[in-house]
Design a binder for this molecule. Structure first.
Ligand SMILES: *Cc1c(COP(=O)(O)O)cnc(C)c1O
Length: 372
């Protein structure tokens, strides 16, 4: 048995890091690829449908894959502090990896729109939390400006090391399936993750991609080719926050899926390359579709993801039903984050009344008898 120590150690030769850079890791990666046979039956679709559940990462989202790389590189360069704008999960990951590295973290969050669990994470790891009177896009603009003149490392997904870390999810999927899926579906906010997955699939197939704009010199294309195909990449946005569907930035994005409440995606051009090269598409889901799918997945399969994450599955199920994704396809949906980060959204949706009993065996037995 070898102890698993995270994605940098697992894929070091495929990472553009200096050889002497010491990995700052929490054991991220190696997340489960869960086959949804109950759901497929329940929904009457025909597919090999999987979810890659990134909610099992150390801070509960895929952001850990990117953050281990961004923080490792920043610390190697001598950075003493990191800075990010966040809808919640980036700040949770930044705060945790900064704590692990023994450096400071500064996180800018939008006023009043962050899930409780995510805020608690930033607090417990000791981040300096700055609430901006504005939305995520305002925070993003500010951290870009500030990082130009202050001695801090910017760790949003405009930092190319983030995408290099996040590409490892595609490596794991290819290893688990022994092939690339036919379709890979993701929720899209800044569009960094859809770009990162395409990088990973492209490396796995030994194929170049125009979405690899930063590490051409380091390119390991061809060295690690294990499969011959790449999936169609499909990105789903929340209807109130769907700049890729509107053809440009959305001024006041609004959705219950706060992790993708982003009107001005930072990886706009890269994601368009991904769409073109992969012959994929963008689409949108309403908040009602997103929340219904989150419940459906939890009830049918025992998997609890956060609202933004359910966007990928909601869209995939709809496209399977319409035949846009052909019957019999192998489909992977990324579930980007853990549902426990945002319990409010579930409890706000209402739940059956709790049954109150006296503290005696017979009272509990009566509850069971009535329902078995
Ligand atoms: C960050 C995040 C997204 C969006 O990813 P992008 O790379 O910004 O497109 C989706 N879901 C969750 C849970 C996230 O934390």
């Amino acid at each position: 048995m070898t102890r698993y120590t995270g994605i940098i150690d697992a894929y070091r030769s495929r990472m553009p890091l200096p050889a002497d850079a010491k990995a700052i890791s929490l054991g991220e990666g190696r997340t489960p690829l869960i086959k949804l046979d109950n759901l497929v039956r329940h929904e009457g679709v025909e597919a090999d449908l999987y979810v890659k559940f990134e909610g099992t990462n150390p801070t509960g989202s895929f952001k850990d894959r990117g953050m281990t790389m961004a923080v490792t590189e920043a610390v190697h360069r001598g950075a003493k502090a990191i800075l990010c704008a966040s809808t919640g999960n980036t700040s949770a990951a930044a705060a945790a990896y900064a704590a692990r590295a023994g450096i400071k973290s500064f996180v800018l969050i939008p006023e009043g729109k962050i899930a409780m669990g995510k805020l608690a994470q930033a607090v417990v790891h000791g981040a300096t939390i700055v609430q901006v009177r504005g939305n995520f896009d305002d925070g993003m603009r500010l951290v870009k400006e500030v990082s130009e003149t202050s001695p801090v490392a910017l760790v949003n997904s405009v930092n190319p090391y983030r995408l290099q870390g996040q590409k490892t999810a595609a490596f794991e999927i290819v290893e688990a399936l022994g092939r690339a899926p036919d379709y890979h579906c993701l929720p899209v906010g800044n569009a960094g993750n859809i770009t990162a997955h395409w990088l990973g699939y492209s490396e796995s197939a030994g194929l170049p991609t125009a979405a690899d704009s930063h590490f051409a010199a380091h390119s390991t294309i061809g060295n690690f080719a294990t499969v011959t195909t790449r999936p169609h990449m499909v990105g789903y946005q929340a209807a109130g926050s769907a700049p890729f569907m509107r053809g440009g930035p959305v001024k006041d994005p609004e959705t219950v899926a706060t992790a993708i409440r982003i009107g001005n995606p930072q990886s706009w051009d890269l994601a368009l390359h991904v769409q073109t090269e992969s012959k994929g598409w963008f689409d949108e889901c309403t908040d009602a579709e997103i929340l219904a799918c989150q419940r459906l997945l939890a009830e049918q399969e025992g998997v609890f993801c956060e609202p933004a994450s359910a966007t990928s599955l909601a869209g995939a199920l709809r496209d399977l039903k319409s035949g846009k994704i052909p019957a019999g396809s192998t489909v992977v949906c990324t579930l980007t984050g853990n549902g426990m980060k945002d319990p409010d959204i579930i409890l706000k949706g209402g739940f059956p009344p709790m049954i109150e009993v006296d503290a005696v065996k017979s009272a509990v037995e009566r509850v069971l008898v009535d329902r078995l």
